[in-house]
Ligand binder design. Structure first.
Ligand SMILES: Nc1ncnc2c1ncn2[C@@H]1O[C@H](COP(=O)(O)OP(=O)(O)OP(=O)(O)O)[C@@H](O)[C@H]1O
Ligand SMILES: [Mg+2]
Length: 296
């Protein structure tokens, strides 16, 4: 299987004649956790909904594991590969955890739903990921973080390899965020590819391998987040500094003189770029959001 989980080329999207995504190029590797950031209305959710198949872009090409959607990847195959976890969960409150996880996807035995097999699969999964939720509990009795865990369990038990999370930490307490990050770390180790939208730059820098910044419908920056950079970004308007390195308006990082060869080269986008100042503003905005949340 290809090492690239998702490759999007020149993706454009409009609503009512208003262009919200402009020739976006976007690559997610297998086993990569990518953070997607940008101000409100930048097009983050729209981009994920295009990957998931909820929206069809006006133009552009999407490849999943090296195969093109619409050409040699069917809608059903895409649905079997990509899961999106929305902020508003798609769970049915009066049904149990197991029932929700297998809804419309129940294993059957002689055309009868095999309840025991369903429960066994959920219990195995919960044991493996140290999830402490009663599989027989109704969704309406769960906490927000437990509901989110059920959504993630649903995606993984259904063997989706690409998981898109739209602001998964927005409604969580600090402790619940830690639990979520622990599970995301395990998923990464098992080769899942994850895109995570967050308004909290510190979270992104802490757990993501790379970050893409959307600014006015353009991917203005896309690059790795080496371990040494995590949680230590500062932005001073015209220049963003990190660990002695500088980020110029071109979006390309200049390493400090003492640094050795990079494990992976910085990724820059071939998309049309906004003005240099516009790009710096986006980054400054993201940095200020990160500072605004002391516990993240
Ligand atoms: N279904 C839709 N119909 C019309 N306009 C839409 C639709 N979905 C999104 N938009 C518009 O597209 C733009 C991008 O929206 P999107 O939800 O992708 O932004 P976002 O980056 O996720 O913002 P936020 O951080 O607030 O969630 C916005 O101007 C939004 O109003
Ligand atoms: Mg959104």
């Amino acid at each position: 299987m290809a090492d690239t989980a998702i490759d999007m080329r020149d993706i454009s999207m409009s609503f009512n004649g208003v262009e919200v995504l402009k020739k976006i190029n976007f690559t997610l590797r297998r086993g990569e956790i990518m953070g997607l950031i940008g101000k409100n209305g930048a097009g983050k959710s729209t981009l994920l909904k295009i990957i998931e198949g909820l929206y069809t872009p006006v133009s552009g090409q999407i490849n999943i594991f090296g195969r093109e959607i619409g050409k040699n990847v069917s809608a059903a195959e895409r649905a079997g590969t990509v899961a999106m976890i929305f902020q508003d969960f798609s769970l049915i409150p009066d049904m149990t955890v197991v029932e929700n996880i297998f809804l419309n996807n129940e294993p059957t035995s002689a055309a009868i739903i095999d309840d025991k097999a369903c429960r066994r699969k959920v219990e195995e999964f919960f044991t493996r990921y140290a999830v402490k939720i009663d599989p027989g509990e109704k969704i309406k009795n769960l906490s927000t973080s437990d509901m989110q865990m059920v959504e993630i369990s649903k995606a993984i038990i259904r063997e989706k390899k690409i998981i898109l999370m739209d602001e998964p930490t927005a409604a969580l307490e600090a402790e619940q965020v830690e639990k979520l990050f622990e599970i995301i770390g395990r998923l990464k180790a098992e080769g899942y590819s994850i895109v995570l939208i967050s308004h909290h730059l510190k979270e992104i820098m802490r757990i993501c391998d790379s970050v893409t910044v959307l600014c006015d419908g353009i991917a203005s920056l896309s690059k790795p987040t080496p371990a040494s950079t995590r949680s230590s970004w500062r932005c001073s308007g015209r220049r963003c500094r990190r660990s002695g390195a500088t980020r110029s308006h071109s979006g390309v990082r200049t390493p400090p003189p003492s640094s050795g060869p990079r494990a992976s080269p910085p990724r820059t986008e071939a998309s049309p770029s906004p003005s240099a100042c516009s790009r710096a503003r986006c980054w400054a905005w993201s940095a200020s959001r990160a500072r605004a949340r002391p516990n993240s």
